[in-house]
Design a protein. Sequence first.
Length: 241
Amino acid sequence: MDALTIAAASGMRARMESLDMLANNMANADTSGYKTDREFYNLYVNPEAEAAEGSPATLPVIERPWTDFSQGSLRPTGSPLDLALTGKGFFAVDGPSGSLYTRNGNFRVSPAGRLVTAEGYPVRAVDGTKLQVDPSGAVEVAADGTVNQNGQTLGQIEVADFSDQSSVTKQGASYFRSAIAAQAASGVEVTQGKLESSNVGPAESAVRLVSVMRQFEMLQKAVTLGGQMNQSAVEIARVAS
């Protein structure tokens, strides 16, 4: 396979990954607390495949996706169990196989009286316990995450952060895991009765989607052109022989 076809095919693969990423972002544009994914392009150097100049061939690849953790806008919901964070940090919850973290504060009270996420994961207090709430009573949540009900303090919601956000990886649409230990978040406020919107820009994503599709079409034409050039070279070689 010639260098033109190899480079174009590699570019098509990278654009396909970008299309999948953009499609997932747009599908979660209305998911509370969702953080948009972006691609980080790089060049793959293959020392075994030399270019025409005798140097190692380089091919475009998406080295890794990265997550944009920028703040989404807060929208009022009127529900006292809807909570949003202003600043860096995540609500800590107990997932099925360990600690999970989320910016989606769409909480509810389980039949057992625990404060849980929409998926039923218990929201964790700073002391590691689970918050017990009376479903029939009004709940008040302070800016520091302290939960009060009927004049009593039930506990303080754990809001965690990480020294290196590159260690934070997604699990599903609105949950995160981390390979390093969490620490208490600083400079963050909990707002009651609001949810954080996704930070996906639908208009920007749509423009990028069209751009990537056009790039894919041009690379597809390059692959076709490379095939035609190869066919012509073979035919010329046959005539010359």
